[in-house]
Design a protein around this ligand. Structure first.
Ligand SMILES: [Zn+2]
Length: 275
């Protein structure tokens, strides 16, 4: 009995020491940029195409390595093709959803729109791997001008996969989309004033000393279908990018510190929401 009393605290202490760096980790702009480059280097990632699939496989491998429980959600495209979401989850009741679309328009490596979001999401995922109730995702088929759909099909598929109870428990849902280029940092939403997720992000920005302004939008990213599907979501974006949907949307224009600014705000909001 005496021996076991000594052993248990020692094991607990080792557990605390191992867990501490995970719980208190910091967002690395350098790591986010590295992943952004990996995704952009694959080239144009049109919904339903081989490059979109390749990028998705890369994300799944990474999320598996981080210890996430991963899943591939497939869905049909209007042109007869198929796209997919790559989902990673940690245990516990769902509290936080962080998504970034992995597809892009034809004829561009789509580094800012949206390899930058995927790279940032992966670095957020690294920092949240020890946190319960997290869902991270690389979503397919966001670009409506490529799919011909009036919906953002990946986020629609994801939202439909959640139960009503899961949706009720979510405190923060957001899309990271175009976070490497631009002069103003925005939290965006469908509503005239910030919804619950947007308020959490704005509060996190303030606490982080990052200047962020709320800007209403008409639903130009995956927060749109999350919100319409019953999960009030926000969009994190640097704007404006003059190379949006053009061949000049290249990796050399993506700024590491902008990824860092967006990522650390998302991470701070996610940690507060998961508690
Ligand atoms: Zn986008």
């Amino acid at each position: 009995m005496r021996r076991s009393r000594l052993v248990i605290p020692a094991v607990a202490l080792v557990g605390v020491l191992l867990a501490a760096p995970v719980a208190g980790g910091a967002f690395s702009g350098k790591k986010a940029k590295r992943w952004t480059r990996e995704v952009a280097d694959i080239g144009a990632r049109v919904a339903g195409g081989e490059n979109e699939r390749r990028a998705g496989r890369m994300v799944r491998t990474r999320l598996n390595a981080l210890g996430y429980e991963t899943e591939r959600q497939r869905f049909a495209l209007p042109n007869g093709g198929r796209s997919r979401n790559i989902i990673g989850r940690t245990p516990g009741r769902l509290r936080v959803i962080v998504v970034a679309h992995i597809d892009g328009v034809r004829g561009t490596e789509a580094a800012n729109d949206n390899a930058s979001g995927v790279g940032t999401m992966l670095e957020v995922a690294r920092n949240l791997r020890g946190t319960n109730g997290v869902l991270v995702a690389a979503l397919g088929a966001e670009e409506r001008m490529m799919t011909g759909s009036s919906w953002h099909l990946g986020s629609r598929r994801l939202t439909r996969s959640l139960t009503a109870a899961e949706k009720d428990g979510v405190r923060l849902a957001l899309s990271i989309d175009m976070v490497g280029v631009g002069t103003t940092f925005h939290v965006r939403g469908l509503e005239a004033s910030p919804n619950r997720s947007a308020r959490r992000l704005l509060r996190a920005a303030e606490r982080a000393g990052a200047r962020a302004t709320y800007l209403q939008d008409t639903g130009q990213s995956d927060h749109d279908d999350l919100t319409r599907g019953g999960v009030a979501a926000a969009w994190v974006q640097w704007r404006w990018d003059t190379c949006w949907h053009r061949p000049c949307d290249t990796i050399d224009r993506v700024r590491r510190w902008k990824l860092w600014q967006a990522g650390r705000v998302v991470l701070r909001a996610a940690r507060a929401a998961a508690d």
